[in-house]
Every structure is written in structure tokens, then in C-alpha cells.
Design a protein around this ligand. Structure first.
Ligand code: GGG
Length: 345
């Protein structure tokens, strides 16, 4: 397995060190390629990645990424120069984000059992509201106009919606469609039509169509009533932060950016950002990063390693040590060490 390690910015290198430690402890023979891309690269070169970056990535089996974003770099430049560029250029069109409350982790919903939060979000990852289409005129004249167009293509919608139906079919047979087709004139009515069309291929799956605002409230009020959600790029981005909060916090959430059948490396990253406010203090929660590493092993066909890593991670969450964002006092490295110890036990 040839894996690119892209620690990125802020707490990215800290959590990635723990993910790598855990993967190395599994002794699966992973060959690492470390790349120093991100905001430090930008400070030196004026770009977030070198010109041949996508070719470098293509030569590997997978990418494990930490986080991107730094106060010194305009946010849109940082994201469009790295994570959004990689997703678009490799056409990593589906972002799968499991959201499960692990035993031992305090969730924000007092009295809820862990099984009340066990969802999978299937987020469109290549177009929609993050297509990068638009423009800005009259800048600085006091009557500026900025246009950000959403792009919904039949190909883009069909493939992610079909993927989500497959996921729902393999789980509980219910797919929540996060939409906003009452207020959107074109994009979401089209999205809903495609959900109905693709749904005809999956007669065993019930579609639960929900306006995204109502769904947001439902996730807080009754998360146990939601299993698989399919969402556009922006809605998926927002809903999965709500879901991460239900899991105990941003540090707990993992994700996989995939291009099923695409013959390109998939990218795995914790859902959290670079958290510059706590970077360098050794207190970031590495669980989302290690969970992302387990998702990577599963995709690479190392199912046994993936299961062992998840078991170890769940043992540590249950028994501790835990970082302070989830009620403990441990450092990032202490949690990583405990995962390695649980793997050896
Ligand atoms: N590790 C994920 C990360 O750095 N995320 C930054 C972010 O805001 N990404 C936006 C997105 O996921 O679309």
C-alpha cells in the first residue's frame, strides 16, 4: 500500500502523527510518501501545492490528509488550492461521513444512548454549491455584485444519489433526502427528480424527503430516527458538522472522499479543520483522524486491519484516555499511544 501523508495545517500534523503511528503498529507494510503541502508551502511558493501535485497523488493508492487553513492565508485560497482542488481534479465525487456516538464519549444530548446516533451522510463532493462558478464585479465601487452559481449535473447527481441508495439498501432501507426544493427554483427540484428516478431502481428503499432546515432540527431533536442521508455539497458540509457535534465534537468525525470505480486514489480526512486556536499545544483529538485511517484500510481491502483499528479506537474511547474536548485530560499523543497499546493487547 502506497499512501500519501498530507498533514497540512494547524492541528493536522499532530493528529496525522497519531494516525500514522496506529497504522504502522498494524504492520501492514504501508509505504508512506510525506508531502509538505498547505499553508507553509503557500508562504514559500505562493501556491498550496506544487504544479505536479495531482500527478504525484495519482501514483499512490490513497491519501491521508490532516487539515487545511491558516490565518495567514485567505480561507478560500487555502481550500481551493488544496482540498477542493484535489476533490475536483481527482473527481472524488462522493464524501462518506459516518456519524456514530462511541461508547464513553459524552454527547450533547443528555440521556441519549450511543445507538441513538448512528448515521451515514453521503455528500455530493464535486459540484453543487461548491462548483466554483461565479464572478464578482464593481469591486470597490460601493455597489459590488458577487455571483456564486450552484451546478447540478445529471451525471453528478445521479452517481451520488445512486451510491446513497446502495448504502441505504445495505443498512435499514430508508434514505433521507436533504433538499430545499421549496425555495430553490432549479437545482433542488432537479435533484429531487433524480432521487425519484434513481429510487425506482431501489424499490426496497423508502425515501424520506426533508427540507434541510427541518432536517437540521430533527438531527438535534431525534437523531435516532435518521440513518442514511444524501445531501448536496453545501448541505452535506453543514449537516455533518451538526452530526459531529452529536458524536461528541468535531474531533470525533471521520470522512472518506471516494471515486468508486474511478481508478484514482481516495482521500481520507478527519472532518475537523485546522483549529489554529489549539494548534501546537498537543491537545487536539486524534480520534477522527484515526477513524479516517480505518476507513482507508477498509477501502484498500485491508478489512481485518480496519476492524482491528476500529476495535482499538472504540476500546480507548470507552476506557480512556480521552482528550479534553471529550471530557478527559489526555494529550493527542497519549490517546494515540493508548490506541497502539490496545492494538497489542
Ligand atoms: N480535514 C478537513 C479540513 O481541513 N476541512 C476544511 C474545510 O472546511 N473543508 C471544507 C469541506 O470539507 O468542504
Amino acid at each position: 500500500m502506497n499512501v500519501v501523508l498530507l498533514p497540512g495545517d494547524g492541528v493536522g500534523p499532530e493528529v496525522m502523527a497519531e494516525a500514522r503511528k496506529a497504522l504502522d503498529a498494524l504492520e501492514l507494510g504501508i509505504a508512506w510518501t510525506d508531502v509538505p503541502w498547505g499553508s507553509a508551502w503557500w508562504a514559500e511558493h505562493g501556491t498550496m501545492m506544487p504544479a505536479d501535485a495531482i500527478d504525484v497523488l495519482r501514483g499512490h493508492d490513497a491519501i491521508l490528509m490532516g487539515a487545511v487553513g491558516d490565518p495567514a492565508v485567505p480561507d478560500d485560497e487555502a481550500l481551493w488550492g488544496l482540498i477542493l482542488k484535489i476533490r475536483q481534479e481527482l473527481d472524488l465525487w462522493v464524501n462518506v461521513r459516518p456519524a456514530r456516538l462511541l461508547e464513553g464519549i459524552p454527547g450533547p444530548l443528555a440521556g441519549r444512548a450511543p445507538h441513538d446516533v448512528d448515521m451515514v451522510f453521503v455528500r455530493e463532493n464535486s459540484e453543487g454549491e461548491y462548483a466554483g462558478v461565479g464572478g464578482r464585479v464593481h469591486r470597490g465601487f460601493g455597489h459590488d455584485v458577487a455571483i456564486e452559481s450552484s451546478v447540478f449535473t445529471r451525471r453528478g447527481c445521479e452517481r451520488v444519489i445512486r451510491y446513497a441508495f446502495g448504502m441505504a439498501s445495505a443498512r435499514k432501507g430508508v434514505l433521507v433526502n436533504a433538499t430545499k426544493s421549496n425555495a430553490s427554483r432549479f437545482g433542488f427540484p432537479f435533484w429531487d427528480e433524480i432521487v425519484a428516478e434513481v429510487g425506482a431502481e431501489f424499490p426496497g428503499v423508502v425515501v424520506d424527503r426533508m427540507l434541510v432546515d427541518a432536517l437540521s432540527a430533527r438531527l438535534i431533536r431525534d437523531p435516532g430516527s435518521v440513518d442514511v442521508v444524501v445531501a448536496s455539497n453545501l448541505f452535506g458540509d453543514i449537516l455533518t458538522d451538526i452530526a459531529a457535534a452529536l458524536q461528541g465534537g468535531m474531533g470525533m468525525a471521520a470522512s472518506a472522499n471516494l471515486s468508486p470505480g474511478g481508478g484514482v486514489p481516495a482521500l481520507f480526512e478527519p472532518v475537523h479543520g485546522s483549529a489554529p486556536d489549539i494548534a501546537g499545544r498537543g491537545i487536539a483529538n486524534p480520534v477522527g483522524a484515526i477513524w479516517s485511517a480505518a476507513l482507508m484500510l477498509e477501502q484498500l481491502g485491508a478489512g481485518e486491519g480496519s476492524r482491528r483499528l476500529m476495535d482499538a479506537l472504540e476500546t480507548v474511547c470507552r476506557r480512556g484516555p480521552r482528550t479534553r474536548d471529550v471530557g478527559g485530560t489526555a494529550t493527542t499523543a497519549e490517546v494515540g499511544d493508548a490506541v497502539v497499546a490496545a492494538l497489542a493487547a
